[in-house]
Write a protein of this length. Structure first.
Length: 410
């Protein structure tokens, strides 16, 4: 494996004073690593992405403290090499802790946890529930351990926030033994994002009392949650991230008998059906064009019929889910939109709210249109039954915060 380095900028980062006691946040996926170094007061950060890991085009895109961009190519490089390079780039800032985004914490973890040998072995064991993500998380933990054995590490699981769901929400109506002996239940995902935006909305709303939010994380992956008094009471994703809303390439809910039907009628294998539902469905499957909402919206505006249907279905399914999740809330304060689509597509937000037309919701269409590109704000009218918010998600910040809290540093 070669290891060539191309530096597009020569200026070295030198001013480390803005980044006091930073926490390094690592999000290790199957072929990528996102990272962020976040100062103790959360005001400053350095970010980057290692992508295409394992391929000739493997590279690290790093944004320095000054805003300058740096690109390092690591042809054929995998997680270990990429992490070595990332740690070299960040070494000068003397980070005091590392927080990992963990995908699946099973029933075992209902909050962030400091890494020990036992925790690391649990992350590996829970591979059965997240075959692509948990092994990458384990690699990230081990790479940091090898270079910085004394720096404390924490895992913040995507599933942990939803561990407050009651049994009526997390059990499937299937034989009890599957739950008791094999942990078959609903777990939910995107927990860090739902936690961040609901907490943020509770800070900035003027509504008094206990808050009940419906949070709609609409990105390439999409999920919704019902959060009351800071606790998740139900969510749309289940045992895996396939359940629930229509997404970029995932179908969301389909008839569970679709598998047997496709097997019998088309002789498709279970693996092929799984791939089709995860990678070839959703916006991509219906539009036949793309999983990217911007591309689908552009085509719909030009009259592409399947693109129009994809957008309508996306909104209909999201609105229908939000309406049903409202049943989990003792009180309904408002809806929060986040994720790439939720934060940027005013037309999708309007469509979803139109699907929920019996809820007495009203909003300012002009204000809705101004909320894009990272803007945070509300857009409900004064006579609306519930509040409407756009809150850009910040999973890295939430992971850094939970890491500091878990280690008693906050
Ligand atoms: P995420 O996974 O959160 O990065 O979100 C990715 C999704 O957000 C993709 O479907 C993008 O097309 C969509 N998105 C990003 N910006 C916009 C925009 N300005 N308008 C509509 N969709 C957008």
């Amino acid at each position: 494996m070669s290891d060539s380095t191309t530096t597009q900028t020569s200026k070295q980062e030198s001013d480390t004073s803005q980044l006091t006691n930073p926490t390094l946040v690592l999000n290790c996926g199957s072929s990528s690593i996102k990272y962020a170094l976040i100062s103790e007061d959360e005001s400053t950060r350095i970010t980057g992405l290692a992508e295409n890991l394992g391929l000739d085009t493997a590279r690290i895109k790093h944004t320095a403290l000054s805003g300058e961009k740096l690109e390092i190519s690591i042809p054929g490089g995998r997680h270990k090499l990429a992490l070595q390079k990332i740690l070299e780039l960040l070494e000068q800032y003397h980070f005091i802790a590392v927080g990992h985004r963990g995908v699946h914490g099973g029933r075992e973890y209902s909050e962030a946890v400091q890494v020990t040998d036992h925790v690391l072995s649990e992350v590996k064991r829970l591979k059965s529930l997240a075959p692509l993500h948990n092994p990458a998380n384990a690699l990230g933990i081990e790479a940091v351990q090898a270079i910085y054995p004394d720096i404390p590490q924490v895992v913040v699981f995507d599933t942990a926030f939803h561990q407050t769901m009651p049994a009526v929400a997390y059990r499937y109506p299937i034989p009890k033994a599957l739950y008791e002996d094999h942990k078959i239940r609903r777990y939910g995902f995107h927990g860090t994002s739902h936690a961040y935006v609901s907490e943020r909305a509770s800070q900035i709303t003027e509504a008094g009392g206990t808050h009940g939010w419906l949070t709609a994380h609409l990105g390439n992956g999409c999920s919704a949650a019902a959060v009351y008094d800071g606790k998740s009471l139900d969510t749309s994703m289940g045992l895996t991230p396939l359940e629930g809303l229509m997404m970029g390439t995932r179908s969301g809910d389909v008839d569970p008998s679709l598998h047997i039907h496709l097997k019998r009628q088309l002789d498709m294998s279970l693996e092929d059906i799984d791939k089709m539902l995860n990678s070839d469905s959703g916006l991509l499957g219906i539009s036949g064009l793309s999983n990217d909402m911007r591309t689908v919206e552009e085509a719909a505006n030009e009259g592409h019929k399947d693109a129009k249907l994809a957008i309508e279905m996306f909104a209909y399914r999201a609105g229908k889910y939000l309406a049903s999740l409202s049943c989990a809330l003792p009180e309904f304060t408002g809806i929060i939109f986040t994720g790439g689509i939720g934060e940027n597509s005013a037309s999708t937000r309007a469509r979803i709210l139109n699907v929920m037309r019996h809820f007495g919701i009203s909003f300012d269409a002009d204000k809705n249109k101004t909320l894009a590109g990272g803007a945070e704000g509300s857009f409900h009218s004064s006579d609306s039954s519930v509040e409407l918010w756009v809150i850009p998600t910040d999973e890295e910040r939430q992971i850094a915060k939970e890491t500091r809290q878990t280690l008693g540093l906050a």
